[in-house]
Write a protein that binds this ligand. Structure first.
Ligand code: ZN
Length: 203
């Protein structure tokens, strides 16, 4: 069986099992969504938001892109935030990066001529690396530099989100959190506890 067929077969099995476990599951799911969290994560196949946090359909409103970036002038990202905050009224926005991120690694290497879209996309990450070059150079290994830049990148996106009018003008404002996932042990580290503007800090 080819892979897409396997996936369709697995889906049928999942739907059947889910219904057997909870006969009202799909009835409730089809009534509408009420997620409490907007998740902004990396597209990396190893960091699936729902799987690593034991969340279910309906729990997370998700946006993923290379290196979990939130460029302020990007309508794709901004529309997701706008809808999540103003319509769904999520209480939390979580930026989750990960160690060993390929997008972050690329920002520390010369641009690849085969990847013009990626190069443009990660340009702000290259600028961030340049801004923090002294701190990054402290790390002897490439992995150390990549992982520190991955953390700095999460902090940068958290700040950008907190600076948006969408977050600042919402009452109550959603709490913006910065997390990093480790591929080595599956654990998430908090790099920015959730607070927004003058909200009290809380994780
Ligand atoms: Zn990544």
């Amino acid at each position: 069986m080819n892979l897409p067929r396997q996936m369709l077969a697995a889906n049928a099995e999942w739907a059947e099992e889910t219904l057997a476990r909870d006969p009202l599951f799909f009835k409730e799911l089809s009534q509408g969504q009420n997620p409490q969290v907007l998740w902004i994560g990396c597209s990396d196949s190893r960091v699936p938001a729902e799987t690593i946090t034991h969340c279910q359909p309906g729990d997370l409103f998700v946006h993923r892109n290379i290196a979990n970036l939130f460029p302020p002038d990007d309508d794709n990202c901004a529309s997701v935030l706008e809808y999540a905050v103003r319509v769904l009224k999520v209480g939390h926005v979580i930026v989750c990066g990960h160690y060993g991120c390929g997008g972050v690694r690329a920002a520390l290497l010369p641009p690849s001529p085969e990847l013009p879209h990626v190069n443009r996309r990660i340009a702000p990450l290259c600028a961030l690396a340049q801004m923090h070059r002294h701190e990054l150079d402290v790390h002897a290994s490439e992995d150390g530099r990549i992982n520190r830049l991955a953390e700095l990148n999460v902090l940068e996106q958290v700040q950008r989100l907190r600076d948006t009018a969408i977050v600042r003008e919402s009452r109550p404002a959603p709490l913006v959190h910065g997390w990093i996932f480790s591929l080595d042990d599956g654990r998430i580290n908090v790099v920015a506890s959730g607070y927004s503007g003058d909200e009290p800090a809380s994780a």
